[in-house]
Design a protein around this ligand. Sequence first.
Ligand code: AFP
Length: 298
Amino acid sequence: MTILEEYLRAHVPADLSPVISAIAATSVTIRKALPLSTGMTRGMNPSGETQAEVDVYANEMFASSLLATGQVAEVASEEMADAMAGSGTLHVAMDPLDGSSNISTNNPLGSIFGIYSSKLPCCGEYLTGAAFVTYGPMLTLTFAAGGGVQTFVAIERGDRPEFNLLEGDLRIPEKPEVFGFGGLRKEWVEPVERFVASLESRGMKLRYGGTFVGDYNQVLRYGGIFGYPALKNKPRGKLRVLYEAAPMAYITRQAHGRASNGSRDILSLTPSSLAESTPVYMGTESLVREAEAMITGH
Ligand code: AFP
């Protein structure tokens, strides 16, 4: 049984290890807070979405634990207009609680982290690591730090949970089984509608719950494609480049998949602001390339 701390010592660069450890430890705190904190605040995040109490709590807890590692120069978050400064060299962009509209229905939630080596905002090629947490039936931490994708699961041992390796060197299956596309169907641009119809006609199963982490986690395990496309009324889609799209694109690349904005690799995008969004199509490489061909027309 491989324990997270052993894995980090053996395989992950010394500056990244404390960051991954801090994410793991704080995810346990957030998981405990979820049943106790189900209300909404009157506040809005920089994208104009109403914040849940636990959005604010998760943001504070993750930001302070990341800064306390001493490795982090700045933490930028979907829940804050400006980044918080620290004393290290890594730059972390996070969505501290992804899918907060699922709190009241008790559906899976997540947290997403991109660890960059450059000041934010910057191109995804500066990512040196990325991680996501799933708060589902299990509490899992999936991360990539240059050496493939690993998933660890929290197991209660006495008063302190321990993270044990659940799945090492994860690869997206080449035979696609599932797909999920966000946004109102009537707002999809025509090539997206055609592409999704073709997925349905070949017998792929629709899986969509409204939490990027939960929905994409299924694509990573079963093979397929997740899309939050360009919409007629929102040409840049909904997902934020720095906080959501690029970190998941980094994990996707390490799992031998592909992530695209419809014409370009998401990791090649340089957003001009912290909260810039992008259309997203990610998963099994051959399917993402098919989506790109339909969208670009060649
Ligand atoms: P919330 O955190 O506001 O619930 O948004 C979650 C999210 O950004 C992402 O996790 C989902 O993939 C997407 O929104 C779902 O959006 P739709 O409700 O438009 O399907």
